[in-house]
Design a protein around this ligand. Structure first.
Ligand code: PMP
Length: 427
């Protein structure tokens, strides 16, 4: 058994904050939930806050001149300040509530992109990006005639920074990069990329969907221009996320969606925009969800992001060693010191979807498919992989259950002695 730094693990008692983890599935199988990278579970502390909003303090925000609207508005704006502190942003109006990472990145690509990117300009991406951080930039390139380039990857699934100078040029207008890959687990050097992007006059857009829930994030220290995250991956409700942007950039950008709340004045002929952050929050926002996201941030901070990262590091090291020992299993991505808390892999047999189904029968929930990273899978010469992802409530025993399940599945599909001999004769 691999050596484990158990002192670095979080207490298992916190699992009682997540009643869903005590569920049994398929009859009497205890649930082993290893799919938090797709969407995490949320603790009672968050669910209670959301419930309280509807029970005690719900009305539309920034509209009514009555006590319920004031209560809801105060809680909504307090949540914004919590997110500001969580991200280390200078101003609360640099924090925009959106429906999630996808919406945040689309806002930047549409609003900042349309205003700042033209024919022949370059957009720098890389093959490990989630479709949410590829497609909006492809669409921008289609609209403007800009050119998309990619930072190549190393064989172990990291950005090949030795090639950066050949693709990051004076023509680069934007470098969009994920902080943590949702498939490879790779942690990318965002501060260095920001410095290099700024040196050629480009802006950097960071997809923090898989990093903000797990690693302490400070937008000023990283010096990023835009950053996107999703509440549902970090113990918060679904339907809410954040777009962080530097004040000067957000102020210069035209609004993306038009409607209520984002206006200063409207006449029969036109409109003026509201100031930040309202300019980017058209329509009724996800009120209870945003307040719930504030509660999720309280919860994560009460544990400490450093401790969460340590906990997941122990689990991922343990999983890496145990899974590496399974015959026929290949782990995608770099060694544990370069990755966050997830492991994607392929078996020689069976297909990723069958693996997920067979694990599910054992109560183990994982994700299978291309995880919205089709170009990455193409470049690896595979169509699908299986992913186990950990969070603050995951345990060593759950990794053991995964490894045991996978050993069994790999064994079921391994050629038997007779079949193997026959194959040899045929060869
Ligand atoms: N980027 C990454 C790296 C992700 O993992 C995800 C979620 N799978 C997204 C973007 C999109 O997030 P959402 O669906 O919450 O908009």
């Amino acid at each position: 058994m691999p050596a484990v730094e158990t002192a670095q693990l979080l207490p298992e008692s916190l699992r009682s904050d997540f009643p869903i983890l005590a569920e049994h599935v398929h009859g009497d199988q205890p649930l082993v939930f290893l799919d938090s990278a797709a969407s995490s579970q949320r603790p009672l502390q968050v669910m209670n806050v959301v419930r309280d909003v509807y029970v005690r303090g719900y009305a539309n925000v920034h509209r009514g001149i009555h006590v319920m609207s004031e209560r809801a508005t105060d809680s909504y704006e307090e949540a914004r300040r919590k997110l500001q502190k969580f991200l280390g942003a200078k101003f609360d109006h640099e924090v925009i509530f959106t429906p999630g990472t996808t919406a945040s990145i689309n806002t930047v690509a549409r609003s900042w992109g349309n205003a700042n990117v033209g024919a022949g300009d370059e957009i720098l991406l890389n093959p490990m990006e989630h479709h949410s951080n590829l497609v909006p930039w492809f669409q921008l390139a289609e609209r403007t005639g800009a050119v998309v380039k990619h930072i190549p990857l190393t064989d172990d699934g990291r950005l090949d920074l030795s090639q950066l100078d050949s693709v990051l040029t004076e023509r680069t207008k934007v470098l969009a990069v994920t902080h943590v890959s949702n498939t490879l687990g790779t942690v990318n050097p965002v501060a260095e990329l920001a410095r290099r992007a700024h040196a050629v006059g480009a802006v950097i857009v960071v997809d923090a969907a898989q990093s903000a829930p797990h690693l302490a994030t400070n937008v000023v220290e990283l010096d990023v221009d835009f950053l996107a995250l999703s509440g549902h991956k970090m113990c918060g409700p679904s339907g809410v996320g954040i777009l962080y942007g530097k004040e000067s950039l957000l102020e210069a950008m035209p609004p993306f969606l038009g409607g209520g709340s984002m206006i200063g004045q409207v006449t029969l002929d036109g409109f003026t925009s509201a100031g930040l952050p309202a300019k980017f929050e058209a329509g009724t926002p996800p009120i209870a969800q945003a307040i719930g996201l504030g509660a999720a941030v309280d919860y994560l901070q009460s544990i400490g992001l450093e401790r969460i990262a340590q906990h997941e590091h122990v689990l991922v090291e343990y999983a890496y060693e145990k899974l590496s020992a399974i015959e026929g299993l290949t782990i995608l991505g770099p060694a544990p010191e370069h990755r966050a808390g997830l492991v994607s892999f392929v078996l020689t047999q069976p297909h990723a979807h069958d693996i997920a189904q067979l694990l599910d029968q054992r109560g183990i929930a994982v994700r299978a498919g291309h995880h919205c990273t089709q170009p990455l899978h193409d470049s690896l010469g595979i169509t699908a992989s299986t992913r186990a992802s950990f969070y603050l409530y995951s345990t060593l025993a759950e990794v053991d259950a995964l490894a045991a399940g996978l050993s069994e599945i790999a064994g079921m599909f391994r050629p038997t002695g007779r079949r193997r001999r026959r194959r040899k004769v045929e060869e």
